[in-house]
Design a protein around this ligand. Structure first.
Ligand code: MLT
Length: 264
């Protein structure tokens, strides 16, 4: 489906009934990232999965920033009449979740922060992002996918489920150059979310793949230690896209978390 949010088309899925859960994808993903979660939860939850602007079926034009991504998600949720969803963000989707919390916290019932980090980029990461923009502009999204796929999937999955590498590569390679460059600029310009962590006072689940090399377990521990009452679940034998690599394990901890919210 497509919604018009302030002149920008936002592609999204809105399926299922029950507790609303908004799923925010990472870089350079699209909403299909969440297919294993949406299909597992559809009987229990209303699952809303948008394509961030620049990705999937959404408009490719800016302005691009993490705050803008968060405002787009907030506007979509309001258009759909959804109040206080559980917000699930993976990696860059986690950066967007932090921005949603800062800018629209009245809308956030609970947070699930998967394979993400709160701090800003190191100088080395900044240089890599700038180089990646050049790769996107000169060689296209296929070349970006070739570079990104390496760190995206954990070593156990690479050994046991090589077909997933092709699936994820296909998703990365389908991203538009506008979206890739817009998201890279957004991540370069993003706010430090470390000071945000102690302000989070909704139930929070932190998830990380044990083999995540992009946002390792140590980053997830920073979130767990700074967010009062939060819980950390480490998914063994999974890398950065832990929700795709070990969907049953990921869905199990997510479902448990959602079920506990029902009793609040
Ligand atoms: C992602 O998966 O969204 C990216 O790894 C985030 C990043 O590059 O910081």
């Amino acid at each position: 489906m497509i919604a018009l949010c302030d002149g920008v088309e936002i592609g999204y899925d809105d399926v299922g009934t029950g507790m609303p859960v908004a799923f925010i994808h990472g870089f350079p993903h699209n909403r299909t990232l969440w297919a294993p979660q949406v299909s597992a939860l559809v009987d229990r939850a209303r699952c809303i999965a948008p394509d961030l602007r620049g990705f999937g079926e959404s408009s490719r034009h800016g302005p691009f920033s993490i705050d803008q991504f968060a405002d787009d998600v907030a506007m979509l949720l309001r258009l759909l009449g959804i109040e206080r969803p559980v917000v699930v963000g993976l990696s860059m989707g986690g950066y967007v979740a932090f921005a949603l919390w800062r800018r629209h916290r009245e809308m956030v019932r609970a947070l699930v922060l998967a394979d993400t980090r709160a701090g800003v980029d190191s100088e080395e990461t900044r240089a890599k992002r700038i180089a990646l923009m050049e790769v996107a502009r000169t060689r296209g999204s296929g070349a970006v996918a070739d570079g990104q796929i390496v760190g995206m999937i954990g070593k156990s999955t690479r050994a046991k489920r090589p077909a997933l590498i092709d699936d994820v590569h296909r998703m990365l390679g389908s991203a538009s150059v506008e979206g890739i460059c817009g998201a890279l600029e957004s991540m370069l310009g993003r706010a430090d979310s470390i000071p945000t962590l102690p302000t989070i006072d909704v139930p929070t689940l932190v998830i990380v793949g044990a083999e995540d090399v992009l946002t390792p377990v140590s980053e997830a521990e920073i979130l767990r230690d700074a967010i009062r009452g939060s819980r950390l679940e480490v998914i063994e034998q999974a890398g950065h896209v832990s929700n795709l690599e070990r969907p049953a394990a990921f869905n199990h901890v997510l479902s448990e978390f959602l079920a506990a919210l029902d009793y609040e």
